[in-house]
Design a protein around this ligand. Sequence first.
Ligand code: GLN
Length: 197
Amino acid sequence: MNKIGVLALQGSFNEHYNALLKLKLQNNLEIEPLLVRSINDLNQVNLLIIPGGESTVIRKLLIKSGLFELIKKRINKDLAVWGTCAGAILLSSNIISSTKDQSSFNGIDITIERNAYGAAQDSFESQIYIQEFGKEIPAVFIRAPKIRSVSDKVVIMAKTNNENIVAAYKDKCLVTTFHPELTNDLSFHEYFVKKFS
Ligand code: GLN
């Protein structure tokens, strides 16, 4: 059984966990979601979802638990990661933010700006066309970051109508600035699991 980790320190980890369970049942997949809170948990997985939430809080808890350095090392080695919103921020090589400590996993060569669509009341939902899926999916943006630039080797998966990049990947590192786990559409969970299992 292939264990799929969901970092469960803060944020929308339960929603990701439930989406993976649904995916498993619907598609009869040999996968088992695992909430990752410790080094021992992390050692059991080769795929890890880093959820949305508050990146500054998640970073602090990661450092406190000893997971920060280990995840960083594993990303350089064998760990496939998908970050949604705050998770995407933590994976980006360059973070624009008013908060000082913006150390990151440096998983993907992009510049990302926190809270770039405005405050909480500027959260919104829209339909985003994903070329690799050949369809539109619903996308929920909550105090979302904007990807300001990407390096050559980064593959851009989707943009909004205003040309904001909202999904991208490089090697085994996938980022979305929105929250697929808050909708009923499981396409991104399926994509991540199938691409990297
Ligand atoms: N604004 C949050 C941050 O900067 C991200 C919001 C989210 O994950 N929905 O960490």
